[in-house]
Design a protein around this ligand. Structure first.
Ligand code: PEP
Length: 252
């Protein structure tokens, strides 16, 4: 069966010392409690190797926040999948709404990022989700369907089994507004039905679908209690070890 996962997206926050302190606190907290989920931290790129050393000694898993779609070469400032693999990174966020919006990442580019990550044995955490206007126009299902079809559904079954999907309604990211548990379940069930159509029930039931958008220790339990919600991608609340650990402890 699929895993429950709580992943922290630290975005562009923390100095090296602060990052080390945060990861240390998370690891110590994980050792003190028995969590019923996999815990992933996604720190900024300069800290990945340090974080990866923690992963060697503990149960924490490490993810990057971005990867280049290119193999290597003259792409100043970019980070290749081979580089992530060389410091044992297990996961990488792909298609976060901030990257789609500020860096104009396209469906096609995201498909290439997914491919290159899988080539290097790194599991993509693929983000999808609609803006408020799209929800208000009631085209949110169509929007998410297109995101999945254009960037993920070219994968074969084996490849797709290594993907984690994160449904992140953009109107809920960093806004303090969360999708209701019912809205989350409705979209997650829809995403799983698309996966079932494309890959069959066994594959679809094995893929974790995370919810992201203003998750906090107060609302995580109700959201994660839904049948098709397998955990969360956490932004703001992942920057404090206590809050992040409380979210990770929300699984019954
Ligand atoms: C995110 O950016 O992936 C996210 C879920 O952010 P926040 O939890 O801060 O809304």
């Amino acid at each position: 069966m699929r895993k429950n996962i709580v992943a922290g997206n630290w975005k562009m926050n923390k100095t090296f010392q602060e990052a080390e302190e945060l990861i240390d606190q998370i690891v110590v907290g994980m050792e003190e409690t028995s969590l019923k989920c996999e815990v992933i931290a996604c720190p900024p790129a300069p800290y990945l190797e340090m974080a990866s050393d923690y992963a060697e000694e503990s149960a924490i898993k490490i993810g990057a926040q971005n990867v280049s779609e290119h193999e290597k070469g003259a792409y100043t400032g970019e980070i290749a999948a081979s580089m992530l693999a060389s410091v044992d990174i297990e996961y990488c966020i792909v298609g976060h709404s901030e990257r789609r919006k500020y860096f104009h990442e396209t469906h096609d580019q995201l498909a290439k990022k997914v491919d290159i990550l899988l080539d290097y044995g790194i599991k993509p955490i693929f983000c999808c989700g609609e803006v408020l206007e799209e929800r208000e126009k009631e085209i949110h299902f169509e929007v998410v369907k297109k995101q999945l079809e254009d960037s993920l559904f070219h994968l074969n079954e084996d490849e797709f089994s290594n993907v984690v999907v994160a449904y992140e309604p953009i109107w809920a990211i960093g806004t303090g507004k969360t999708a209701s548990p019912e809205q989350a379940q409705e979209m997650h069930a829809f995403i799983r039905s698309l996966m079932t159509e494309k890959y069959g029930i066994t594959v679809a039931n094995g893929v974790s679908i995370l919810y992201g958008g203003s998750c906090n220790p107060g609302n995580a339990k109700a959201i994660f209690a839904n049948k098709d919600v397998d955990g969360g991608l956490i932004g703001g609340a992942s920057l404090k070890a206590n809050d992040f650990l409380k979210i990770a402890a929300s699984f019954e």
